[in-house]
Design a protein around this ligand. Structure first.
Ligand SMILES: Nc1nc2c(c(=O)[nH]1)N(C=O)[C@@H](CNc1ccc(C(=O)N[C@@H](CCC(=O)O)C(=O)O)cc1)CN2
Ligand SMILES: Nc1nc2c(ncn2[C@@H]2O[C@H](COP(=O)(O)OP(=O)(O)OP(=O)(O)O)[C@@H](O)[C@H]2O)c(=O)[nH]1
Ligand SMILES: [K+]
Length: 461
């Protein structure tokens, strides 16, 4: 871990195609860094007026026109990256754009950008913090309108603001506690002050709330993994089809139809879900089916939720331990389970949601669609999905982990304070808490982390 205050500006100039590869109406080559000016002088014969679109030929080394396009010039630090930026908006054909990029690289002072490097420059030049840079990638990759709106909220700084607020409060407490330690005669009085305990509890509450919001944000970004498991012919593939609204999986009355894992991404009122259909679980001597069953268990162990599907016209128990003891024993403890009682149309069971002895049960018919709506509602409920993006922001696993760690440091600090009036330990826990929060925005990071984040961006971003 290293603390970063990289105010040093980039020495290198980078270039890449900013628009997606392939044919398009317009294609953009972006150049960022100290050489952007010289590139403009060579390719355009002039440096365009700042932020004013100019229509002019793009020239090769022999002053021959390669394309006739629009150029935009931004003067650092007033640009996306904080460096001088030249944008060449040409005709969007792969050959033309390649020729243009080659011409720029041939000048010898510009190299091709790594994936995410423009955004990395922006981060290193303090144009964006880390959550905002991540939000750009999430905005581009978002698979629903909800996700896009939340990513934009993050990009505009909503998430960062919450983090900064918490950091500020932690710093305030640290100053108080450290002052107390510095005056040993007063220390006990200082630390025994009820206000300190209350302030600490307030911050814990704040972190808890932001963590919940972040969980929503991560759910919106990634989607919950819901695995449908059960015996052959329970109707698992039929349920996948009913939820996805298409005939993704083969449905037959032959047991063991599904042999491999099938996955569909769907949205319920904007909540993204990965629905995973698995091979029916049973003893089998068929090698292919056995592998399918192994894969089913792998999926189950990685699920956010398992839907255990049973045929309600055959199985009457509502208690999974009775219903299927072997399944229940093998199910990892931390994975939530909902029992789906299918084929209500023939069993006559009443459709809808019930919970009995802590077991959550949805009765439905995958064939007729009765009860599907209630299942969707149930899935929203268990994820605490609200469906509005007002103030929502996108979040990643790493943010949640940092918030969890920050929370843990506060809890430990509070315990130490309440049980032992241990000022030194509290001060240390507060310092570690701040460090965790600072990692979220990137005020405190490692090169390793930055590398991992930016390298997952697309090229030209
Ligand atoms: N043509 C083009 N469109 C684009 C981008 C781009 O780089 N080029 N963007 C790339 O992702 C996004 C927009 N992001 C941008 C962010 C900052 C600045 C910029 O010039 N910032 C200056 C001035 C700010 C101001 O006037 O408010 C600055 O920060 O000082 C430009 C684009 C989406 N559309
Ligand atoms: N009556 C009725 N039949 C259903 C219902 N759901 C599924 N079925 C039938 O049950 C049979 C098995 O359905 P599938 O969806 O293939 O079952 P599965 O659990 O995926 O089966 P495997 O792939 O063999 O594990 C088919 O004949 C379906 O038409 C339902 O709600 N009501
Ligand atoms: K089947």
């Amino acid at each position: 871990m290293t603390t970063q205050s990289l105010s040093t500006s980039y020495q290198e100039t980078i270039a890449a195609q900013a628009t997606a590869p392939g044919r398009g109406g317009v294609g953009i080559i972006r150049v960022s860094g100290p050489e952007a000016r010289n590139v403009a002088l060579t390719i355009l014969g002039k440096v365009p007026e700042v932020r004013k679109a100019e229509y002019l030929p793009f020239l090769d080394a022999n002053k021959q026109a390669l394309d006739q396009g629009i150029a935009l010039y931004f003067q650092g630090p007033n640009s996306f990256t904080g460096e001088d930026v030249l944008e060449l908006h040409g005709h969007g054909g792969p050959v033309i754009l390649d020729m243009l990029l080659k011409e720029i690289l041939a000048l010898g002072k510009v190299r091709i950008a790594r994936p995410g490097e423009f955004s990395e420059q922006a981060f290193l030049n303090d144009k964006l913090d880390l959550t905002q840079a991540e939000a750009i990638a999430d905005l581009i990759n978002s698979s629903s309108e909800q996700a896009a709106r939340c990513a934009l909220n993050s990009l505009q700084g909503d998430f960062s603001k919450l983090i900064h607020q918490m950091v500020e409060n932690v710093i305030h407490l640290r100053m108080y506690v450290e002052a107390a330690i510095d005056f040993p005669e007063e220390e006990i009085n200082f630390l025994a002050d009820e206000k300190l305990v209350n302030d600490l509890k307030d911050i814990i509450e704040e972190v808890t709330q932001v963590r919940q919001q972040a969980q929503q944000g991560s759910l919106i970004r990634e989607g919950m993994r819901v695995v449908i498991a059960g015996r052959p012919n329970a109707g698992k593939s039929s349920l996948l089809n009913a939820l996805s609204g298409k005939e993704s999986a083969i449905v037959t009355d032959i047991e063991g139809t599904t042999r491999d894992v099938l996955s569909e991404q769907i949205h319920i009122d904007g909540m993204p879900l990965h629905i995973i259909d698995t091979a029916g679980l049973r003893e089998s001597s068929d090698r292919v089916e056995q592998i399918g069953i192994e894969r089913a268990w792998q999926e189950i162990s990685q699920a956010d939720r398992v839907l255990l599907m049973v045929d309600s016209s055959h199985e009457h128990s509502l208690d999974p331990k009775m219903l299927w003891p072997e399944f229940f024993e093998k199910l990892p403890e931390n994975i939530g389970l909902t029992i789906i009682r299918n084929k209500a149309d023939i069993s006559g069971a009443e459709t809808g949601y019930t919970d009995i002895n802590d077991h959550q049960i949805v009765t439905l018919s995958a064939k007729t669609g009765l009860g599907i709506q209630e299942l969707k509602q149930h899935l929203k409920d268990i994820m605490g999905y609200q469906g509005n993006t007002e103030g929502g922001f996108i979040a990643r696993r790493r943010h949640i982990t940092a918030l969890e760690n920050a929370h843990q440091h506060l809890i430990t600090g509070l315990e130490q304070l309440e049980s032992y009036v241990a000022g030194e330990i509290l001060a240390e826990e507060l310092r570690l808490c701040q460090q965790e929060l600072d990692q979220i925005t990137g005020e405190f990071t490692s090169d390793d982390l930055l590398g991992r984040i930016f390298s997952s961006f697309c090229i030209g971003k």
